[in-house]
Write a protein that binds this ligand. Structure first.
Ligand code: GLN
Length: 392
């Protein structure tokens, strides 16, 4: 057989998505890959049913249907208190995943350094490899997931072209404060670089924390490529609708990359998504309340069992500390991946091994998500009690 490219040998498949496949195989409760088990808003589904008969069913404009870009410009413009030009400053993509890949391919030359916080969402590693960029990792140090600004300045001094900021952060649930973003932003401007943000959990931020948009900070719109998605906000992860917002000079390049990568996102789904973007602000408040309840409910369950975990400020992820289990004789020498595989088969709950998010050697954390109906979360907690029994 002729050889494949060297590129594909340099990264693995996504462990997050692999855990979903294993979970399905064993019919476990899937708390690994984050996506809801409940329906999108009814109004969007009704609109989708209409669109099935009315269309559009052919390509939209490659960089997104006009009405969707206008709706996005309205919503996100209000969020950052700046007028966004729907024709020149937005590209609609196939999910946040394509937005991020497109951003990286648009701004990076092979060999360019890009700073990535660790822990990180695993896609960034593959994005860097596929765009030819070289990741430079900046630790987010538990338990508060603080970072050392001097390391970021060092990175820029050594020529880093960009810094990727996942805010709220997958997997650790950190919500960057305005002051933290301002400090990073000042460095981005000083060294004439880019901030590439992944803000797909922008509406899943719990009191008393608040989401600050990097592009809303003084002077930062010109230096920020905002990657975002409708997946989490409207519970439509399978619709694959994302977008990128950036200054015109970046968007011009991103439109070309996107055009040749995918041509465009699904036209009927773009049309139905406009209905969601026209919801009143109360929709986002209700979403926050819904997830706050789920978070508190799930965490109370973990506490009842006595499992050690963090409390996320944002996102729908919780990190569980499995150190005390790895000390038991039956798990000696287990990797976190092996522990997760065991947990799927024997406990019936799927998680993602923490090592797939960290540059550092980390083997004692696993990630669970709580985007599930409360009854599903209750059943997951009931099953997780099986872990506690191991310690008795
Ligand atoms: N962001 C989700 C997670 O971390 C998954 C997104 C995806 O699989 N595209 O689980």
């Amino acid at each position: 057989m002729p050889q494949l490219s060297e590129r594909v040998g340099t990264f693995t498949d996504s462990v997050i998505r692999r855990m979903t496949r294993i979970s399905n195989q064993y019919e476990a409760i899937n708390l690994s890959q984050g996506f809801p088990d409940f329906d999108p808003p009814k109004e969007m589904l009704d609109r989708l049913a209409e669109v099935a008969h009315e269309g559009p069913h052919q390509y939209s404009l490659t960089f997104g249907a006009q009405n969707l870009r206008e709706a996005l410009a309205r919503k996100q413009g209000k969020a950052i208190n700046r007028t966004i030009d729907p024709n020149k400053e937005i590209v609609v993509t196939c999910g946040g995943t394509e937005a991020m890949m497109c951003a990286m391919m648009t701004i990076c030359n092979p060999g360019d350094k890009v700073m990535v916080f660790s822990p990180f969402y695993e896609n960034y590693g593959a994005d860097a490899i596929l765009s030819g960029a070289e990741p430079v990792y900046i630790p987010l140090v538990p338990p508060k997931y603080d970072f050392d600004l001097d390391l970021i300045e060092d990175g820029f001094k050594k020529g880093a072209k960009a810094i990727i900021i996942c805010n709220p952060s997958n997997p650790c649930g950190k919500v960057f404060t305005k002051e933290e973003l301002q400090a990073i932003g000042e460095l981005v401007i000083k060294y004439d670089a880019y901030a590439v943000t992944d803000e797909v959990y922008e509406h899943l931020v719990y009191e008393p924390y608040h989401h600050t948009y990097m592009s809303s900070l003084p002077g930062m719109f010109e230096h920020t490529v905002t990657c975002n998605s409708l997946s989490k906000t409207f519970s439509i992860t399978g619709w694959r609708l994302g977008y990128l917002i950036a200054p015109e000079s970046v968007v011009e390049g991103a439109k070309k990359v996107h055009d040749f990568l995918t041509v465009g996102a699904a036209a009927p789904l773009q049309e139905a998504a406009v209905t969601g973007l026209n919801f009143p602000d109360s929709y986002y408040e209700d979403l926050k309340q819904l997830y706050t309840k789920k978070r508190d409910h799930f965490i109370a369950g973990l506490d009842r069992i006595g499992l050690d975990h963090n409390v996320p400020q944002g996102t729908y992820f919780v990190m569980l500390d499995i150190s005390k289990f790895l000390e038991l004789p039956q798990f000696r020498g287990y990797t976190d991946l092996e522990f997760c595989e065991w947990m799927i088969k024997e406990i019936g709950v799927a998680a993602v091994p923490g090592s797939s998010f960290f540059k550092e050697e980390v083997n004692h954390l696993i990630r669970l998500h709580f985007a599930r109906e409360e009854s599903t979360l209750d059943e997951a907690i009931r099953r997780l009690e099986g872990l506690k029994k191991l310690l008795e």
